[in-house]
Write a protein that binds this ligand. Structure first.
Ligand SMILES: [Zn+2]
Ligand SMILES: [Zn+2]
Ligand SMILES: [Zn+2]
Length: 166
């Protein structure tokens, strides 16, 4: 279990069986919540499932629209989505992509280290890289700087898109 997090590489840019991906990440998220004794309520789970549908980031209003499509009886208010997202972010089950003002599910639920993202400008897919030995973080530490939030977003074009000439 422990070695899995640092050796797994992101499949976001590769053709793959995404249902397997979804299933795997969902069960890891559930296991993590059980271990930490935090509650993955129905609403939080719904939001996570929506985020897990693709490797593209989603904006809060898009998540809200999806929820309202599932839930036909009552309209869901935006704060409900924000609260669920806040939980997922706090637990490391999702990340905020600042440059897109959007959210993405985490590739390795609950990892402790800095997240780095490769963002494809063509297909909008995002691959998460895990960098345990980030030079930025270690340089910050050598300056006596304590890091609260470390996210690096790198945009460009994925191999698949480059192959297709976009
Ligand atoms: Zn996938
Ligand atoms: Zn992550
Ligand atoms: Zn791409």
């Amino acid at each position: 279990m422990q070695a899995k997090y640092n050796t797994r590489h992101s499949v976001a840019f590769e053709r793959h069986d995404h249902r397997h991906c979804q299933h795997q990440l969902l069960s890891e998220a559930k296991a993590l919540c059980t271990k930490r004794n935090t509650r993955l309520t129905r609403r939080r789970l719904q939001v996570l499932e929506i985020l897990l549908r693709s490797h593209q980031p989603m904006r809060a209003y898009e998540i809200l629209a999806c929820l309202n499509r599932v839930e036909s009886k009552t309209m869901i208010a935006p704060p409900i989505v924000y609260r669920a997202l806040e939980f997922l972010l706090d637990e490391g089950l999702a990340h905020r992509i600042e440059s897109r003002n959007a959210f993405i599910s985490c590739d390795r639920p609950g990892h402790q280290c800095a997240a780095q993202f490769l963002i494809c400008n063509s297909c909008e897919k995002i691959a998460e890289l895990e960098n345990r030995n980030s030079t930025v973080i270690s340089e910050a530490a050598s300056l006596g700087f304590s890091v609260d939030h470390a996210v690096v977003e790198i945009s460009g074009h994925c191999a698949e898109c480059r192959k297709n000439g976009s």
